[in-house]
Design a protein around this ligand. Sequence first.
Ligand SMILES: Nc1ncnc2c1ncn2[C@@H]1O[C@H](COP(=O)(O)OP(=O)(O)OP(=O)(O)O)[C@@H](O)[C@H]1O
Length: 596
Amino acid sequence: MIEKRSKYGIVCVVFRSILQYIKASKGWAVLEHGIAVLSSLSWIVGILVTQQLFDLITEASRGYASYSQVGIALGTMAAVTVVQQVLRGIDKYLLGYVSYKNVGKFMSELMLKLSRVSAKHFEDPNFLDNIDKSKRCIEYEALGSFSTNCLRLFTYYGVFFVSVSIYFFGLSPLLPLIIFVSFVPAILGQLVQVKVFIGLENESAPLRRQYTYYKKAISSQLSFKETRILGAFGFFRNLFSNTLLLLTTKTWKVERKAAFIRLILGLVSFIGFGVSTIMLFNSAMSGEISIGTFVAVFGVLSQIFSMAEELVSIQVSQGSETIGKIEIYYRLMDMEEVDGEEAVIDFSKGIVAKDVNFTYPGRNKMAVQGATITISEGETIAIVGENGAGKSTLVRLLVGLYRPDNGTVEIGGQNSSNTHPSSIFRETSGVFQDFLCYKMTLAENVAISNTKEIQNHDNIQRVLQDCEFGDDSVTLDTMLSTEFGGIDLSGGQWQRIAIARGLYKTNSLIVLDEPTAAIDPIEEERVYSQFKRLSKDKCTILVTHRLASAKFANRIVVMDKGKIVDVGCHDELIERKGKYATMWEAQSAWYVNRDN
Ligand SMILES: Nc1ncnc2c1ncn2[C@@H]1O[C@H](COP(=O)(O)OP(=O)(O)OP(=O)(O)O)[C@@H](O)[C@H]1O
């Protein structure tokens, strides 16, 4: 526990982000921070040439120096100023450029990580929250600018304060001490802010998700029809406004606290500035330092305080707001990945599930309990049962998408809990209830599992014909999205494309988890019988509510409350007069009554 906490402590997060930034930016990091060091050192050069110029002016006015010497000093100062400005410009440009470049890299690392964690986590709302926070942390360049700013604490601010302090120390040992002491409370205050903002981040993420959801319910293309027709606009707007109010109240309270801390810090800094100025003035008046030194140091003193303020109130404050999200991002990046051996899956051995239990994150009740079933090579089974009976969960276990909490699932002779999912998925395909309608061309929609073959239009056309997709106005190159200048299709047409996509992928095991809800029962029967013909010799699992469609299967698995309660062919199950027979009678009666 202690180790866990220290791993995500502020110091560890800072160093980790710096290392990540250096690794991602490579040569750019060296260039950016090399320029930062030069830009920082140019300040001390500026002080020295200013000092020299004003000392020469004083001496020239007394006749101890020539005007040409003053002219050279003036030219040197102008040159130094130009170099300072150029360095600052390059520094700013590189800062923005490198941070922006890293956004893509960090995001693709996150996506890669998400593709490697267990699918079960995606059922956990906290995990989804953390994805949301991590994505925002990267998208708004928070991670990139945080890490580079942390490094700049050393390469820019550190170099500046150390070089100026050494110079000041030469003038009076007390001068750098006062500057240092006036900023220690400021830095400590920031640590308090870090804690406050981490708390805010954790509390506000669920609210933000709710508020985004309510906003979508009112304005998204998918939901606006239902929201309007049900007159639910006011309902969602109230929820939206209330959540937004809660969110802004929380944020406002934290911002108020942070502003108060900043005010105190500002006062401390101001006192430091005042004391340093008085000391400097006294030294000049007593002849301890020359007029040139006074002018140069006085000029840079206000710069020191504005830089320190920038460091504290912008860099550190923004960092403290960000660090909460970054901590969550690292926790996500450290999550255990789905492990397992690469293995050869021999589908002639079918699928064997024994005493399988599975519970969703955050639930106490098992979604699947004690399931035992064997599916032989080339067999088609249908899983039926009422809503919430556990059909989809069982299917996901049988194809290795989820690993059982207890019991074993052997797919093609390999235990799914020890086998890397990629080995299993290589020869597996599926079409699910909530299939995706990709905003891409028709060809891409079908061939997404093997885009190298996207130019092989014959294959794509064949599978579309098999699935009886036909529309004269649609070619393989038609963009299926109005948003991207194309067209949209009907629900039934999208379903055929989804099935074609499932069949297009080479597979020895295919799952059809009720992707046919948008077509009528007669059409569904036709699609399933067609599907059975196309997927012959393969292990096929169908999930359906319509028992007439299940008749195509070699065996029907009946589920009730998470358990397999019966297995057999249609006639056997009718004869046993169990759950299946009751469901069959109810569905048949419905069709008879409807037809009358
Ligand atoms: N993501 C989830 N998180 C928590 N519980 C879930 C989740 N998905 C499903 N469940 C629960 O698991 C149980 C089985 O759900 P499952 O989706 O497998 O049933 P189903 O038979 O496929 O239902 P339907 O026919 O309505 O699609 C249900 O009690 C459901 O509430």
